[in-house]
Design a protein around this ligand. Sequence first.
Ligand code: M6R
Length: 607
Amino acid sequence: MCGIVGVLGNHEVAPLLVEGLKRLEYRGYDSAGIATINNGVLDRRRAVGKLVNLSDLLVHEPLAGKSGIGHTRWATHGAATVLNAHPHRAGSVAVVHNGIIENFRALREELAADGYIQESETDTETVALLLKRAMDGGSAPVEATRATLKRLDGAFALCILFEGEDDLMICARKGSPLAIGRGDGEMFVGSDAIALAPMTDRITYLEEGDWAVITRKGAEIFDAEDRRANRAETVIQVGATRVEKGGYKHFMAKEIAEQPVVLADALRHYTGSGANPALNLPEGLDFSQIDRVVMVACGTASYATHVAKYWFEQIAGIPAEIDVASEFRYREPVLSDRSMALFVSQSGETADTLAALRHVKERVAKVVSVVNVPTSSIARESDLALPILAGAEIGVASTKAFSCQLLVLALMALKAAADRGRISAADLAAHIAGLRNLPGLMNAALSHSEQIADIANELAKATDILFLGRGPMFPMALEGALKLKEISYIHAEGYASGELKHGPIALIDEKVPVIVLAPSDPLFDKTVSNMQEVMARHGKVLLVSDARGVHEAGEGTWAQLTLPEVDPVWAPILYAVPVQLLAYHTAIAKGTDVDQPRNLAKSVTVE
Ligand code: M6R
């Protein structure tokens, strides 16, 4: 993870670096730092914790200079301390880094034997010391960098400044994304284009193994074999206003509330706006020769694939496998030229998911991704990328991206059914109509926010909370538990309702809230039986259902939440709203940091 930014500018660079880091803070917020060169002199400022601490430090100890690099850290090697914060400096070299240098221990020992002793616990300082040793041996910055890069194993995006060199910045990428931005007589580097949005929209993405020598005149790019490389410059659309909360207290609240609108937009994009709905998915997404869909993702995106498994199998009759990306490669999946591999990722940069994609690339019929960031590595390395059109998601807890992922996966399942001749035109139209009802139903669900806040005040007192669901509501129980634990820090688990009696029911007592997700669907009665088993053991049940379900089964429960009735097939998309609001309001009641919960980062770019 970590975010890096670099600027060779024409004005004081510290404010630009801080603005860029603000846009990258989603990648980590354990510490932040910047280094600048002022009249040839290299200096740096570093602070533990969020960026605001660095900003405060810069008020008291400003840093002048028109060339600089900055970093926001998600700690991997070494605790969140000033000493471990980037930029790391060794002599005339300052380095910021995203990723992990896997061979840093061996390199550190080698450097120590030569008298180059590391101050910090990080793998990054090793890079700075390698550069220093090369330069002490007489190498110029470019030569020193070329030689140093050859010594590094693992994943990295690096940006380097050299004392005495006001017009030089060198950057490199292997495994971790990096973008170069061009301005008028200014050049920029960022972990993503979003960081550079206030400064430029002219972006060149480095490819795997590339490194670049940058001056204010431009960038000279080399590939992994040190050959000159031409990489296309694109003008990208990233709203400079992206980091606004729009009147909401938290990004998460804003993003939950945006769901009806972004879902409606995505529906218009993929099904048209006329009265006669039609699937408008990209050409090339063809399931007619596919005999299996293999879906891979992490976290919330993974739970979206769990739901989609039901859809692919029930609607399209196509076998669907699901894996968390960090495990996928290691089980040696059996793939064929009739398998479609489907990678789901909000950021499109999740290292585990990207590694899984690369693992299957030549071994399947097609690599398809479902992403929110169309310029991301996962999108660019797929045969076909379907944008979920959720708009920028800033809150670490994924909300609107999840519902949009579900929507795109639902449409893909319908396309699979159509391509395989498993659905009539009338049923297809009815399903699309059902999806089109969702924005309105979500608005109705959002109107329960206050009631959910009252319930959450009670949930906040618990130390353990269970979520139960059956069928596609089982993954929603998993998602509900993930959302709750990640922002409220309350221990929560999701279970398939029927599985409870096989062990977890031992946890039930009057202090354990059990949240039962049970729309009126063909599995409702079975779920309610499992709920009764909980209540018989004094479990404190919150029933989340529709009016019919609450009427039939609400008696004796601790609380009920009544959602609108929904086509059971698409119920998971609607039920995303209450599980998100439950987590949000519980976190508010507990006073945690909703948008930037401890230990987490929005984009997980290390394996
Ligand atoms: O960017 P991605 O969708 O690939 O991220 C995957 C997970 O890291 C992410 O969904 C994570 O679980 C969220 N914080 C959950 O809210």
